[in-house]
Ligand binder design. Structure first.
Ligand SMILES: Nc1ncnc2c1ncn2[C@@H]1O[C@H](COP(=O)(O)OP(=O)(O)OP(=O)(O)O)[C@@H](O)[C@H]1O
Ligand SMILES: [Mg+2]
Length: 219
C-alpha cells in the first residue's frame, strides 16, 4: 500500500476494483486486522487496530467482522453447516435461526449442509464461506471476490444478500470484485492501481464502472 487514506462509512456498500496485483487483497487484509501495515493506522468505529493485543484482535475479528476469503478457508473436517456456525459456536453465541434459514435458502445451501468442503463444488464452497460471514450479522463484512467462482444466478443471490445486509440491518460491506455488474450493487467504487487509490465513483452502474475502468487503463 502506498499512502492509502480511505473511509468506509457505516451502513454503506463499497466495491474495491483494480488490476491484479494492485493491492486489493492486501488493503482488505489490513482493514480486517488480518495483516498489519508497516506504518499508518486502521480504525473500526472507535477501535484503533494497531493498539490491540493478539487476544483483543482475535475477539474483534470474531465478534465484529465477517470475512469471505479469496481462497475460501473452510475447515475440511467440518460439514458445511458446522463451518457456517463455527464463528458463532466459538463465541458461544446462538445463530438467529430465521436469518440463518434466510441466508441458507437464498444461497441454495439447504440440501448441502451435511457435506464436507471436499464434497462441494467450488461455487458451493464459496457460498458456504459467504454464509459463514453473514451468519452472525457482523458490523462489517469483507469479501475478497465473493462471486469469483459463481454462475450469474448464484452471483446475483450473493450480491443481493450482501445488499440486504446493508439495507435491512445497517451492516457495512466492502468487497473486491473484477466485475462491473457486481460493483453496480455497491454505493461506491474505489479504484486501486499500484497500491494507491486512483479514482472513486458514487452510485455506480455497470456502464459507468466499465467507462471508468477504460479511462483508467488509458491513463
Ligand atoms: N506477503 C507478501 N509479501 C510480499 N509481497 C506480497 C505479499 N502478498 C502480496 N504481495 C504482493 O503485493 C502485491 C499486491 O497483492 P494483492 O494480493 O493485494 O493483489 P490483488 O490486487 O488482490 O490482486 P488479485 O486481483 O490478483 O487478487 C502483488 O504484487 C503481490 O505479489
Ligand atoms: Mg486479491
Amino acid at each position: 500500500m502506498d499512502q492509502v487514506s480511505a473511509d468506509f462509512a457505516r451502513g454503506e456498500f463499497t466495491a474495491i476494483m483494480g488490476p491484479s496485483g494492485s493491492g486489493k487483497s492486501t488493503l482488505m487484509h489490513c482493514l480486517a486486522g488480518l495483516d498489519s501495515a508497516t506504518s499508518g493506522a486502521v480504525r473500526i468505529g472507535d477501535t484503533e487496530l494497531t493498539n490491540l493485543s493478539d487476544k483483543q484482535m482475535t475477539r474483534l475479528r470474531r465478534d465484529r467482522i465477517g470475512f469471505v476469503f479469496q481462497a475460501f478457508n473452510l475447515v475440511p473436517t467440518l460439514t458445511a453447516l458446522e463451518n457456517i456456525t463455527l464463528p458463532l459456536d466459538i463465541a458461544g453465541r446462538k445463530a438467529d435461526q430465521e436469518w440463518l434459514d434466510t441466508v441458507l435458502g437464498r444461497l441454495g445451501l439447504t440440501d448441502r449442509l451435511g457435506h464436507r468442503p471436499s464434497e462441494l463444488s467450488g461455487g458451493q464452497q464459496q457460498r458456504v464461506a459467504c454464509a459463514r460471514a453473514l451468519a452472525g450479522k457482523p458490523e462489517i463484512i469483507f469479501g475478497d471476490e465473493p462471486t469469483g467462482n459463481l454462475d450469474s444466478r448464484a452471483s446475483e443471490e450473493v450480491l443481493s444478500i450482501l445488499r440486504a445486509a446493508v439495507n435491512e440491518f445497517g451492516q457495512t460491506v466492502v468487497i473486491v470484485t473484477h466485475e462491473p455488474h457486481a460493483a453496480s450493487f455497491a454505493d461506491r467504487v474505489v479504484f486501486l492501481a499500484d497500491g494507491r487509490i486512483v479514482s472513486e465513483l458514487r452510485d455506480p452502474t455497470a456502464e459507468s464502472v466499465l467507462d471508468r475502468m477504460k479511462s483508467l487503463e488509458q491513463a
